[in-house]
Design a protein around this ligand. Structure first.
Ligand SMILES: NC(=O)c1ccc[n+]([C@@H]2O[C@H](COP(=O)([O-])OP(=O)(O)OC[C@H]3O[C@@H](n4cnc5c(N)ncnc54)[C@H](OP(=O)(O)O)[C@@H]3O)[C@@H](O)[C@H]2O)c1
Length: 211
């Protein structure tokens, strides 16, 4: 599959490497332009290529967005239309500025992204795992239940299934926390599961116990 990655930092480049190793074609962009990503694409390996943001959005059948959340309004609405967009972003007011809708509990970070990308299907994933764990903890040899969990949420079941398959291909196990509203809250920074090093099996017991 062709996967576009917007954001070539900690999450973007580690995810890109894992996707390449799983046999996918990758194009990646940052805010400064493809000419600044020579070293990054070399480290990602495979046939990974750097492109302008607009071209990455065009290239990807699925597009992973891994940029500071506060920049979400720069994402290209028309080019990302009719695509699954994986949102790895987190809201950190000190970095992103204050968003009253999130502060007031009216909307989650990914709901704001979904409102902006009005014709895309948003799945929130990869936002609760530290990039170093993303790099090192995938293990395709383990049964899914025993793998490190990566949480997903979204309002489209088929899109979530597709993202869950990608997660399994790179050696993790997906766990669905619901729609963008409740799942977005479950997966937000500071929540009980945020940055918790749990397997799929453990998380089932953990959430049953009421955390
Ligand atoms: N780090 C983690 O462990 C982790 C874990 C889970 C989720 N997250 C979340 O994932 C997101 C990315 O985190 P990160 O740690 O990977 O960030 P990072 O290392 O700071 O990298 C951010 C990347 O986004 C690019 N970027 C910035 N603004 C952009 C824009 N408007 N359009 C396109 N690209 C843009 C930057 O490009 P330039 O360098 O050219 O500006 C850079 O490549 C954040 O929302 C973060 O909270 C992080």
């Amino acid at each position: 599959m062709k996967i576009g990655i917007i954001g070539a930092g900690n999450i973007g480049k580690n995810a890109a490497k894992l996707f390449v190793e799983a046999g996918h074609e990758i194009a990646i962009a940052n805010s400064r332009g493809p000419e600044t990503l020579d070293e990054t694409v070399e480290k990602i390996g495979g046939d990974a290529i750097a492109m302008e943001i607009e071209d990455v959005a065009k290239f990807g059948e699925i597009v992973l967005v891994a940029i500071p959340f506060g920049k979400y309004k720069t994402l290209p609405v028309d080019t990302l239309a009719n695509k699954i967009v994986i949102d790895a972003g987190n809201y950190y007011p000190n970095r992103d500025g204050k968003f009253e809708e999130i502060e007031g509990g009216e909307m989650t970070e990914s709901e704001l992204v979904a409102k902006h990308l009005e014709n895309s299907t948003i799945v929130k994933a990869f936002n609760t795992i530290w990039s170093e764990h993303l790099k090192s903890q995938g293990n395709k040899d383990l049964p899914v239940e025993q793998r490190r969990v990566i949480f997903v949420c979204g309002d489209d079941e088929d899109a979530k299934r597709e993202v869950a398959e990608l997660i399994e291909e790179i050696g993790f196990g997906a766990y669905d926390t619901g729609g963008l509203r409740e799942g977005g809250k479950t997966q937000a920074p500071g929540s009980a599961i945020y940055n918790r090093d749990l397997t799929v099996r453990e998380v089932k017991g953990f959430l049953r116990a009421g955390y």
